[in-house]
Design a protein around this ligand. Structure first.
Ligand code: SF4
Ligand code: SF4
Ligand code: SF4
Length: 260
């Protein structure tokens, strides 16, 4: 074998990844930067082709092993970009609640998109005001990093599997497990509403640990029992208040789909 060819076979290439932001507050990307050295140690193991918060090099459109998508596909440009990165990448992962569930912007859908925009703009003619849709309405999503924002430590936990070309499985355990492990007194005992039992754990129960009820930013557990949850909260909040709370992080349409 020719020496140069032999060398070519022994060079281990780094996985190529991109972090792409659609319409968003960029909070999930900042959660990555907030990891500091741990994040930069991780990205030293990859070839980062696009991450606008840390570089402005031109993306040449090469094939990707993994793309992480933050935010909502709101504009035509967002939708086009989303479809392009899907075609380019072996694995596409949603980065956060907006991409996965519509997030806070989805409140607009529930309140009537025309009415909502009138709260912001006096003259609404000519304003592009589409319905908010999760990215899986446009492309196949292989994995979701849940939360608003995502949990940095969870990102570090599952990235090695994704970089190895495997799709991780987040355990179906409720927020309550981490809440109990933190030694918290259950808010429900004090008649304070909390969605913890039906919501996917992994956030270290940050809200109940601060004595705030979980509002479900990580989404429903696969086995989460919505009807039992609503029944349990009936002595604390009305059905309307329950529904309004499910609108904060885009849970409402997932709950409606679950009930069908
Ligand atoms: S999920 Fe939350 S933090 Fe992440 S982009 Fe959306 S609003 Fe921002
Ligand atoms: S406070 Fe909420 S998350 Fe914690 S145990 Fe009670 S219901 Fe579960
Ligand atoms: S406790 Fe609930 S609302 Fe708070 S971060 Fe966790 S999943 Fe999201």
């Amino acid at each position: 074998m020719h020496m140069e060819n032999k060398r070519a076979f022994t060079i281990k290439t780094k996985p190529r990844i991109a972090i792409v932001s659609l319409t968003s507050c960029e909070g999930c990307q900042f959660a990555l930067l907030d990891l500091g050295k741990k994040f930069f140690d991780l990205i030293n193991q990859v070839e980062m082709l696009d991450f606008r918060l840390i570089e402005d090099e031109e993306d040449l459109g090469l094939k990707l092993d993994l793309v992480l998508v933050e935010g909502n596909p709101v504009t035509k440009e967002n939708v086009k970009l989303l479809k392009i990165v899907r075609k380019r990448s072996k694995i596409l992962a949603a980065l956060g609640n907006c991409a996965a569930m519509g997030g806070v912007p989805e409140i607009k859908n529930y309140k009537g998109i025309e009415n909502t925009v009138k709260h912001v703009y006096k003259y609404v003619q000519g304003i592009n005001n589409p319905e908010i849709k999760e990215i899986d309405n446009f492309v196949k999503v292989d994995f979701v990093f849940p939360g608003c924002p995502i949990t940095g430590e969870e990102f570090l936990k599952y990235m090695p599997e994704l970089l190895a070309g495997r799709i991780p499985q987040i355990p179906d355990t409720p927020v309550c497990v981490e809440c109990k492990a933190a030694g918290n007194r259950c808010l429900l005992l004090d008649k304070k509403p909390c969605f913890g039992p039906m919501i996917l754990g992994g956030c270290q129960a940050v809200c109940p640990s601060a004595r705030m009820g979980c509002q479900g930013c990580r989404g429903l557990r696969p086995k989460g029992n919505v009807q039992a949850m609503q029944q349990a909260l009936k002595t604390m909040i009305t059905d309307e208040e329950f529904e309004n709370t499910t609108e904060i992080y885009g849970l409402r349409d997932d709950i409606e789909a679950r009930k069908k």
